[in-house]
Write a protein that binds this ligand. Structure first.
Ligand SMILES: Nc1nc2c(ncn2[C@@H]2O[C@H](COP(=O)(O)OP(=O)(O)OP(=O)(O)O)[C@@H](O)[C@H]2O)c(=O)[nH]1
Ligand SMILES: [Zn+2]
Length: 208
């Protein structure tokens, strides 16, 4: 059975390439591989549950991120727009365990350009996060898509994340955080503009 692909808000999106039967077979094999009995009562539905979970956590596999930029607004605002502290969950492509944290996305619209809905910046983060990923690629993909879709004067994306593959296994360093950034356009050329964005991104959190 091919899984339908729902966005996180339940909206139907493009046709899925996911094959639930394959995922279920794989999970059954893993359970057998670790010495479990996949037919014992508690595990009988586990392959099916995991297939459904993958449909959700890998929903970005079937999502075209550009679809979030179909509606743009003619607002001549040539100053920085920043949405910070966007929570995200992704999956490390090396170990298939989560990495998660906060994304901060800022851009300066083009002169006489257009702006996007603020929620679309968070939807863009999710579209790329919900795939097997490395944090560096996730960061660049968000920045490059904004450049393509808005042709802005500049984009800066900063991601801070904890990787479960570094926390619960392997080197076992819970709490270690990885910060990645991608800067494009004026944020790359102008240290002052970049510093302005970074000071807003890393300003101490306060209630509004
Ligand atoms: N650059 C980068 N590395 C990542 C990311 N997520 C996980 N890794 C790393 O991927 C590497 C995989 O290294 P390998 O030596 O092939 O695998 P491993 O033996 O499981 O490595 P350890 O995690 O050190 O036990 C590890 O160093 C992980 O920390 C990521 O988003 N970006
Ligand atoms: Zn990993």
């Amino acid at each position: 059975m091919m899984l339908g692909c729902n966005g996180s808000d339940g909206k139907e999106s493009s046709e899925s390439i996911m094959d639930a039967a394959k995922i279920e077979q794989g999970v059954r094999l893993i359970l057998e591989g670790i010495g479990e009995d996949p037919d014992r009562e508690g595990l009988q539905k586990t392959p099916e549950r995991v297939a459904k979970m993958y449909e959700e956590v890998f929903a970005g596999m079937t999502e075209d991120p550009s679809e979030h930029f179909e509606t743009l607004f003619d607002e001549h605002h040539e100053e920085m727009v920043l949405v910070r502290d966007i929570p995200f969950y992704s999956m490390c492509e090396h170990h298939l365990v989560p990495f998660f944290g906060l994304a901060h996305v800022a851009y300066i619209p083009a002169a006489n350009g257009r702006i996007c809905g603020l929620s679309k910046l968070a939807r863009l983060v999710d579209a790329f996060a919900k795939r097997p990923q490395v944090q560096e690629r996730l960061t660049s993909q968000i920045a490059d898509t904004l450049v393509e879709e808005l042709n802005p004067q500049g984009v800066i994306v900063v991601l801070e994340a904890e990787h479960m593959c570094m926390s619960m296994r392997g080197v076992k360093k819970p709490g270690a955080r990885t910060t990645t950034s991608a800067v494009r356009g004026v944020f790359e050329r102008s240290q002052a503009t970049r510093n302005e964005a970074l000071s807003l991104i890393f300003a101490p959190h306060r209630s509004m």
